[in-house]
Design a protein around this ligand. Sequence first.
Ligand code: C2E
Ligand code: CA
Ligand code: CA
Ligand code: CA
Length: 280
Amino acid sequence: AKAAGGGRRHWFDPALDRAADETAHLSADLRRALAQEEMLVLFQPIVDLRTEATVGAEVLVRWQHPERGLVSPDVFVPLAERNGVIVELGYWVLEHACRHAAAWQVRYGDRAPTKISINVSARQLAQPDFVERVEKVVRETTVDARALVLEVTETAVFSTDVAIPQLTALRKLGLKVALDDFGTGHSSLSLLIDCPVDVLKVDKSFVSGPTADGAGAIITRNLIGFVNDFGIEAVAEGIETRVQAAWLRRAGYRLGQGYLFGCPMPAADLERRFAPPKED
Ligand code: C2E
Ligand code: CA
Ligand code: CA
Ligand code: CA
């Protein structure tokens, strides 16, 4: 990184220089980490707000770094997006998620969770062979694709022309599409018309707003009517308190996710939530 215009770096704050070095290290480390199985996936429950039964889960990646400990995806996902590692990392996450989902489908049949939600980055969505590779993972893991949801952001959808045709093709294979972080950035309702969407994930900034009873509350309340009229589902994200859950339920939200119902957890812990109690 120092090769081009390296001399000029002397003018910068050495602390900033160190931070840039760290970032470069971490970025290079990502390739090694994937090969050496330092990555793991956790599952955060998605629940029915009335019964609090677990109906699905969002798959969230973690990096267990040998020296740094647990590195947050908020740190390494953007780095992986920049250096391209996100493409392979994304398929790695997908494959692990599908293997678990397939095993649950065999073991629990109708009681196995649906809505196994997998985050897809902009870079991944832009790959011309995205549909082919997802199809291959589905085939090889023998998972019922109807239980899978691909979470994309509006930015990812708009960053490439192939996004909408690819998502349309994947829906034909039975997968569902969720629009993630709805309500942040410049997300617009018009995307729901242009983009093939099955699920709207309403961002936590909206979900935590309602208790203050301001504009956020009005939008959150009206959004659900819109969602119902479009025949899609909504998942309220980042629910942390009983007050928020009750408010959202009254506003008409059926599905929710957040620390109140469960933090991201290993597959075995999620499984315990939908497995029936053992007879003895
Ligand atoms: P996201 O897709 O919006 O995921 C939800 C984030 O909110 C997760 O953070 C989750 O742990 C956190 N969260 C859940 N419930 C609560 C709550 O009640 N309160 C608060 N404050 N936060 C809550 P996490 O796991 O650190 O992931 C951060 C972001 O990293 C994700 O945001 C997503 O953009 C990205 N990410 C994570 N895993 C993957 C992946 O496999 N692929 C890609 N492309 N991105 C991923
Ligand atoms: Ca997500
Ligand atoms: Ca989200
Ligand atoms: Ca986010």
